[in-house]
Design a protein around this ligand. Structure first.
Ligand code: HEC
Length: 108
């Protein structure tokens, strides 16, 4: 998956991110919107960004964010992390989720 992120997929992911996620997330380092900055999120442990008040659920989950786990989380946030503060219904399109994973893996 993440390994075959073609430039076109990263570009598509950036558009999906702009439409679906950027209302609550920035990819600039240290910039909190409603959600934590997703700068360098790939490789980070869930709930670990200093200075952001996460739900207990997100901290307890302690999953490592990779294309795979981000895909599962944004598909159905409330079932992947029951009790998360992320008020997002989920992104139904698998290709869109994969593209967002590519975008997040390639940024910064
Ligand atoms: C309506 C606001 C909102 C939208 C839209 C939203 N998020 Fe979130 N997101 C949040 C909040 C708030 C949290 C913190 C959740 C918690 O603490 O349980 C979060 C947490 C996350 C995390 C975990 C970050 C960490 O540091 O552990 C990831 C990854 C994430 N969001 C990705 C996305 C992606 C990708 C999208 C778009 C498909 C998206 N979010 C859309 C508000 C939002």
């Amino acid at each position: 998956m993440a390994a075959d992120c073609a430039p076109a997929q990263v570009e598509k992911g950036s558009q999906v991110f702009a439409g679906e996620c950027s209302v609550c997330h920035s990819t600039k380092e240290g910039e909190t919107v409603m959600g934590p900055s997703l700068h360098g999120v790939v490789g980070r442990t869930s709930g670990s960004l200093a200075g952001f008040s996460y739900s207990q659920a997100m901290k307890t989950k302690a999953v490592k964010w990779e294309a795979e786990t981000i895909d599962q989380f944004i598909g159905q946030p409330q079932s992947y992390v029951p009790g998360t503060y992320m008020p997002y219904m989920g992104l139904a399109s698998a290709p869109d989720r994969e593209a967002v994973g590519c975008f997040l893996a390639k940024q910064g």
